[in-house]
Design a protein around this ligand. Structure first.
Ligand code: URA
Length: 435
């Protein structure tokens, strides 16, 4: 087989055979295929797309390109949740302990932040001592002991995706729906869970900016999951404003602890209940949405979720005192409010711009090797639809230096609109389900 032939075939709108895709993935993984040819193939896929049959074969080959986790030693089924990436998205931090408290094991491989979107691993690392790299044995042992274990994605998991993602990132081909679907689902399949709840974010702060595109991605990923015999559901959730009241690593852990203490924010609660209910339904623990929401609310407001969170932190070597004393989390030296320029209502919050401000403050990486600052970020004192008086704080900036706080303040005022009337068509938090 020749790579040039495969590039030409895809360029001209042809369909690859499973054998061709297996050859391609092997060539990517071994490094045998030159970057320029793989990049050219990605661009051909970007323009010509892939058939559902191609996406499925490609996903399975990528999943098989490295280590595949065996979770059969755990009580079944293990249900994994995946978010396509957002700003202030700390649903894993609150849902993992609630789902474990409901008796469903949570074993997750999570990623670090990508672009302006945060990553669960970076957030957990802001807890002193928290070990985000567990050996396979530790991972399974801990999940059996306390029902919850989370580790950074190992280098051996889906090496083909790692190579391909870096090339896509450098060649403007990340935004290809079949390539995104294969990238996400290959890692999910290799992670070994028996079912998946996919949180496909829609809006200016997400990869998918409009609903139609997000639906196509969700349908494709659900078809891949189901086509491999795994129960899979996608929830389309809004990302036109940051989720909850904090964005930035330690600030989000702090918000998650407050949430598990019962101090919830309406949007984070709604999205968490929607996703959590689907996880419990797939696990067969509840029969209906109402039952799932009721169960999760009970575990949340009784404090049971917080107890499991504390056990989880302790089991992974973190300082469990943060649960009662969140002030032990890293704190930024400069904390400065951004005041509302006028009287009215918060009309809109550009999640993408706010995510960029958080990254620029140092909470995210511009290059893979950057070291992040766990303490910095934004706290949103007002959310869309809420009334605001002139001079009232809209946002609190947590920065390393005065200069960074000043720059962030300017950018925040570009990203948040104060309007005389409340927004007449608030953007939905839950757009729908793909089953
Ligand atoms: N997240 C992934 O893991 N892969 C993509 O291609 C896009 C988002």
């Amino acid at each position: 087989m020749q790579m040039l032939g495969l590039i030409r075939k895809k360029r001209d709108g042809g369909e690859h055979s499973p054998g061709e895709l297996a050859w391609l993935v092997q060539g990517i993984t071994s490094g045998r295929l030159p970057d320029y040819q793989v990049a050219a193939w990605c661009m051909a896929v970007y323009f010509q797309g892939m058939s559902p049959r191609e996406v499925k074969s490609f996903t399975l080959e990528m999943a098989a390109s490295g280590e595949q986790l065996d979770l059969s030693a755990l009580p079944q089924p293990v249900i994994d949740k995946h978010s396509s990436g957002g700003v202030g998205d700390k649903t894993t931090l609150v849902l993992a302990p609630l789902i474990a408290a409901a008796g469903v094991p949570v074993c997750k491989m999570s990623g670090r932040g990508l672009g302006h979107t945060g990553g669960t691993i970076d957030k957990l690392e802001s807890i002193t001592g928290f070990r985000v790299e567990l050996s396979r044995e530790e991972f399974i042992r801990q999940a059996r002991a306390i029902g919850i274990a989370l580790t950074a994605q190992s280098e051996e998991l889906c090496p083909a995706d790692k190579i391909l993602y870096a090339l896509r990132d450098a060649t403007g081909t990340v935004e290809s729906i079949p390539l995104i679907a294969a990238s996400i689902m290959s890692k999910k399949l290799a992670g070994g869970a028996g079912g998946f709840v996919l949180d496909v974010k829609v809006g200016n702060g997400a990869f998918m900016k409009d609903l139609e595109e997000a639906e196509v991605l969700a349908q494709l990923m659900v078809a891949i999951g189901k086509g491999t015999g795994k129960e899979t559901v996608a929830v389309l959730t809004g990302m036109d404003q940051p989720l909850g009241r904090a964005a930035g690593n330690a600030l989000e852990v702090r918000e998650a602890i407050a949430f598990l203490r019962g101090e919830t924010t309406p949007d984070l609660l709604e999205v968490s209940l929607a996703l959590g209910t689907q996880m419990l339904k797939l696990a067969g623990v509840v029969a209906s949405q109402e039952e799932g929401r009721e169960k999760l609310r009970r575990l949340l407001f009784s404090g049971r979720g917080l107890e499991v969170f504390a056990q989880w932190v302790a089991a992974q070597g973190g300082d469990p005192r943060v649960v009662d004393k969140p002030e032990l989390l890293p704190a930024a030296p400069v904390v400065r409010p951004v005041f509302s320029p006028g009287k009215g209502f918060v009309g809109g919050m550009a999640a993408d711009l706010l995510g960029q401000v958080v990254t620029d403050l140092g909470a995210g990486r511009k290059r893979k090797e950057d070291i992040i600052d766990p303490a910095v970020g934004l706290v949103f004192r007002k959310k869309p639809g809420e009334p605001v008086e002139p001079g009232e704080p809209l946002v609190e900036i947590h920065a390393r230096t005065e200069k960074q706080a000043t720059e962030a303040g300017r950018a925040v005022l570009q990203a948040i609109k104060v309007t005389p009337e409340p927004p007449s068509f608030p953007k939905p938090l839950i757009y729908g389900y793909v089953v």
